[in-house]
Design a protein around this ligand. Structure first.
Ligand code: ZN
Length: 240
């Protein structure tokens, strides 16, 4: 056994057995990266030095995982300007530790000023939720969107055009997720401490590239409804 074989075995993996994908599309990613880094450095020799020093984004983008709605490109922003969390159909579930961790870090450490829930027309996740088909484990995730449908069934059932129905549910889903984010103790406690934090709902129209602001922005808990609005956590501690 030569030294290379020994090294491979030592790591616990026989890499000789791994057939690496060498498709043109995959290799292009590496070429693109080299070209991008070289171009940025040529334009600004200090660019990556500054980027490596840290981030101070003012925006948290919670969007769909769909490959056609990248946060930076859609908003014309640069690396370092937008903190990003994405999942299928931009759903914000109050027991999702991944989303809550991102939200807490963005709001309480990075001190972002805007949280944007960004859906997009023609969302495959939303369209799937409107069917009775099974797609696998994702059905459990999409059930949150079925719940949004149930809340607005009267309106949605009157829409006969399938595409229009999906797109209206996209808007209603974004609105519901804005409320869900506002209901979190993370956002409500931040609102008690500062007045420069807003939550917004947008939909990206992939056919034009343009954003539609749904006009559901919120900067206080007062329209959440009685049962969702928290007292100050400090008041609660004092009461015991
Ligand atoms: Zn989507």
């Amino acid at each position: 056994m030569n030294s290379t074989e020994n090294k491979n075995k030592k790591n616990g993996i026989d890499t000789n057995c791994i057939k690496l994908a060498q498709s043109a599309g995959y290799n292009k990613l590496k070429t693109n990266n080299s070209e991008w880094a070289a171009k940025r450095t040529a334009e600004d020799p200090e660019y990556f030095k500054r980027l490596a020093e840290g981030q101070q984004p003012e925006v948290l983008w919670i969007g769909c995982s769909d490959s056609r709605v990248p946060a930076n490109e859609v908003t014309g922003t640069q690396p370092g300007e937008v903190f990003v969390h994405r999942n299928i159909a931009n759903v914000c579930v109050h027991s999702d530790m991944n989303m809550l961790s991102v939200l807490d870090y963005a709001v309480n450490v990075l001190k972002v000023k805007h949280v944007i829930i960004a859906g997009h027309y023609g969302c495959g996740g939303v369209a799937a939720a409107l069917t009775n088909k099974q797609f696998g484990i994702i059905d459990n995730w999409l059930r949150h969107i079925k719940d949004v449908y149930r809340l607005h069934a009267n309106e949605l059932d009157r829409i006969t055009d399938d595409k229009a129905k999906v797109n209206r549910l996209v808007e209603l889903n974004v609105t519901e997720q804005v409320y869900n984010i506002c209901k979190t103790s993370i956002i409500q406690n931040a609102w008690m401490e500062r007045n420069d934090l807003e939550v917004h709902g947008w939909v990206v129209d992939i056919s034009t590239g343009l954003i539609k602001d749904l006009g559901v922005s919120s900067s206080s808990p007062h329209n959440l409804g009685y049962v969702y609005e928290f007292d100050s956590s400090l008041d609660a501690i004092a009461a015991h």
